[in-house]
Design a protein around this ligand. Sequence first.
Ligand SMILES: Nc1ncnc2c1ncn2[C@@H]1O[C@H](COP(=O)(O)OP(=O)(O)OP(=O)(O)O)[C@@H](O)[C@H]1O
Length: 237
Amino acid sequence: MKNMSLEEPAVQFNHVTLSYGPEQDVLTQVSMELHARSFTLLTGPSGAGKTSLLKLAYLALRPTMGSISLFGVDTGSLNRAGLARLRRRVGVVFQEFRLLDHLTAYENVALPLRVIGDSEKHYRDDVIELLRWVGLGDRLEARPETLSGGEKQRVAIARAIVGKPDLLIADEPTGNVDPEMSERLLRLFQELNKRLGTTVLIATHDQNMVDNAGGEVLRLADGSVMHQVSKNKGLIL
Ligand SMILES: Nc1ncnc2c1ncn2[C@@H]1O[C@H](COP(=O)(O)OP(=O)(O)OP(=O)(O)O)[C@@H](O)[C@H]1O
């Protein structure tokens, strides 16, 4: 039977306001929707609130006002356990990778599965296959300090998707890599979206990515207003 919950929007913001303190509204009345299996870029000037918006979407922050639903579930109605369960359906990639230095590439990717008590016998082949998919099949035992920025980011992408998330959120994933690697990372995100149907949301200043991604481009302006624009409309980033 078809799982109807997959047909719900992956992310829905309803009049979301986020304040970090009095007179410190970062987002004001933001409403937006990401359809299941969509591919979306989020752009906007520095300080507009992109990272803050992503943190709300991956449940690291709660809105000051308004409501956020993930996969049709209103996050405001959930307790800690419910939020944690929902959070497991979301993978996150950070600009600065956030790998654990004392673990190998293989161990970094396996970590989310270890944490939830999965056995190595069960996940080993999947982790190796994922590292091969990102082009690091020969670096399984490498520690992060011996990897380039692009290689680290590919380990981080593999780690973010090893739990087969329904939604992948990436915050400036190409901020620390060269243009060639940026294109390669974009292709990985696109393949993930097309082959597995993972909903992808990427915040980026990378004009190359905006020009080549396809999909939707959302622009956050003045820290508050969300415009949806199609690609190649001369965005000012
Ligand atoms: N924890 C916090 N406490 C107080 N203010 C914060 C906090 N985090 C972010 N801000 C402020 O909120 C605003 C939006 O920040 P945010 O990092 O979301 O923007 P951004 O669009 O991601 O910027 P950039 O493109 O430079 O990464 C900024 O003015 C920032 O200083």
